[in-house]
Design a protein around this ligand. Sequence first.
Ligand code: MG
Length: 352
Amino acid sequence: MELTRLDSVRLRTEREEEERLSPLASKSAQSRGRRRMDEPSAVRTEFARDRDRILHSKAFRRLKYKTQVFFSPSGDHYRTRLSHTLEVAQIARTISRALRLNEDLTEAIALGHDVGHAPFGHAGEQALDQLCPGGFVHSQQSLRVLDVLERDGRGLNLTWEVRDGIAYHSKHQESISQPLMNATSTLEGAVVRISDAVAYLNADIDDAIRAGLITLDDVPTHALDALGRTHSQRIDSMVSGIISESWGVAEGIAEGGIRMGPGLLDATDALRDFMFQRVYKHPDVEREAAKARMVVSQLYTYFDNHPDELNAAMSTEDAGSEWTVCDYISGMTDRYATCMFERLFTPQPWTY
Ligand code: MG
């Protein structure tokens, strides 16, 4: 192919990656590639294209109306899954840049990591896990959304590295710094995984204080002493701790994965335990979660029994598979699921 001036932009970026990034960073020119061949972009690297494809997807926009701990909050300052995703991307890019890893790959994984999340966060996920054939895990569904469901069943045809990072971003873990390299194959994927935990933990503390479920004085003192008393101090402590502890790993001169040092890790795990006891399992949160599970279960059963309505709603090549109900329900936002539930299961005003 003849080199144009635009082509030289991508080639220059690829060359810069080779020169500037750590030996263990994922270089876009060395990607394992896509399932289907795509002509290279004139300007953007392969990972930058994937980031943009995810950003422009419908599933990404739906994150605006999906929530995690507080469902469909009416207050304007609560996080949504969209703002969570952007916070993960920002934290992960900061760490990646500091460790001389590939920021474009990091950002692509971060922006896509939660697009398969069910409505009503983990409550919705639990309900679907009981009902879907073979269970339901949001990270696997994120991959399915991007591989299959987007673009009316054609998918986004992403690179192997982005798909790997998204599929393995979330393994159930006792501590946010358990060994990470056994899950995702790239250091960039490991950065997103730990950044996800940093983002949600800090955001949930902030939102739980906003919601009046806790006050800062309830938070364990030794955790605040180690991490800081403000939201920004706590994020900064964790991010700085991850960078300094993981530096040698990213450079290939130390063993292990992307992680925090023991002192910060203890403090972070203490915060996480505190949040489970006081917020995630708070009676008010549990009460709403039970309602959310009921809504998701009812919708699932309804559409399982009305395949014609389901197939009409999906209109993808994939409609009709045993996964279609799961795809449809998990793709709903909180507000769409609530409206659908009301339309199907509550008496509607009669219009003449
Ligand atoms: Mg997340």
